[in-house]
Design a protein around this ligand. Structure first.
Ligand SMILES: [Zn+2]
Length: 410
């Protein structure tokens, strides 16, 4: 295997293996019910994996379809097509379309949350020079495969119905090119799996991004693959609701960091770990989120705390970073408020009533003490925990010298 792989560019690796693990771990976070039953079917697994991989195929062949496939403006058109052509209960070919869609949307959400949280920490704590020479996504993917296990290469399938959807969004791409992109992703998974079994290779990658490569399975770290899986599972429930005719907006916030009622232990506002994050159910119009007073933080007593609010990837993305402009006060209870008026990129959903998320800087309890968290007054859906074992969104695909272009953070 390695001899054959040696013929491939060394930059083949990417985040495909991490993405697969995120979707697999997300299945375990879906509460019992129709969606869990759907995901438990053996027949949908390959489509879920193919969809989870799919968006990065465009980077592999240097075509914009990949970037488009990461985001809801394209994904939503596919969702609408499934609703129109394959209504529940998905006892026909509709099942694999739904599974592929869930995979695509897992990928998009994972990429966003990973970059907004884990990658921002890597930027702070890994060698600055590594960002000029090396791919953090590639390095972390190999390191994660070494810890978690290699990915799998599913029988290649992707829905040709996406081709006219790309055209609707102003982009024409051929069947042959997309098919080649999907095939390359299988090669990437095989490469990463093989590389992850060679100690010196793992060590080389780890030396490039030592903090990132050694903290991906740390339950105390934000934005790891396992942590991401919690948010993907919450997002899948939104998608499932939308597939069944809902608006996916009954709980506009699907998760926060720290979780509602959780502990914010880093007070120093110059430390990236002092930031908060909110993840929304649908892609946002950032102008409505970053407007003055749209998201505020105050002490439980009502004293405002100055913060910077940033929709990490801008238009139609979900993850909002909240950075304190002054240190958090010690032993203090706080409340984040999401104010009415924030709406989705397509205005399909608007925050109608204020959503509050409490958190505290009081010392977290020791492991053997009963927890005494602030009251859970959050209007948000059950979502991410303070720090999981998340899997990240690792995605820069530098296959054949065509590096993945990250959408610039807004
Ligand atoms: Zn990606």
């Amino acid at each position: 295997m390695l001899a054959a792989l040696a013929l491939l560019p060394s930059a083949l690796a990417n985040g495909q293996t991490s993405h697969q693990w995120i979707s697999l771990m997300a299945i375990d976070h879906v509460p019992r019910g129709e969606l869990a039953d759907f995901l438990a079917q053996e027949g949908v697994h390959d489509a879920l994996m193919n969809g989870t991989m799919f968006p990065d195929g465009g980077y592999a062949v240097g075509d914009d379809y990949g970037e488009m496939a990461h985001w809801e403006p394209t994904q939503d058109l596919y969702l609408d097509w499934i609703r129109a052509n394959h209504p529940p209960p998905y006892d026909d070919v509709g099942a694999r379309h739904v599974a592929f869609l869930l995979g695509m949307m897992s990928h998009g959400m994972a990429d966003q949350f990973y970059d907004a949280t884990f990658m921002e920490r890597s930027k702070a704590w890994d060698p600055a020079e590594s960002w000029a020479c090396c791919s953090m996504d590639e390095a972390t993917d190999v390191a994660y495969a070494a810890v978690q296990g290699p990915g799998i290469v599913p029988p290649k399938w992707w829905p040709e119905e996406l081709l006219p959807i790309f055209v609707t969004n102003g982009h024409t791409v051929t069947y042959e090119l997309v098919d080649r992109g999907q095939a390359f992703l299988g090669l990437a998974i095989a490469y990463v799996g093989a590389a992850s079994e060679v100690d010196t290779t793992v060590e080389r990658y780890t030396a490039e991004f030592p903090w990132a490569c050694t903290h991906q399975d740390d339950p105390e770290v934000v934005g790891t693959p396992a942590h991401e899986a919690e948010f993907v599972a919450a997002y899948w429930q939104v998608i499932w609701d939308r597939l069944h005719g809902g608006d996916g907006w009954s709980s506009p916030v699907i998760g926060t960091q720290p979780e509602a009622g959780g502990w914010q232990v880093v007070l120093d506002h110059t430390n990236v770990d002092s930031r908060l994050a909110i993840v929304f159910a649908r892609g946002l119009d950032p102008a409505t989120v970053e407007a003055e007073g749209a998201i505020t933080v105050a002490t439980a007593g009502g004293v405002p705390s100055p913060v910077g609010v940033n929709v990490y990837y801008g238009w139609a993305s979900h993850v909002v970073n909240i950075a304190p402009l002054e240190d958090w006060a010690v032993d203090t209870d706080y409340v984040i408020t999401v104010h009415p008026g924030i709406h989705t990129y397509d205005s399909a959903g608007t925050v109608a009533t204020a959503i509050t998320v409490p958190f505290t800087t009081r010392a977290p309890p020791l492991a053997d003490e009963p927890q005494d968290a602030p009251a859970q007054a959050c209007g948000c859906a059950a979502g991410g925990s303070a720090a999981g074992t998340g899997l990240g969104f690792a995605a820069t695909l530098t296959l054949l010298g065509l590096g993945r272009r990250r959408r610039p953070a807004a």
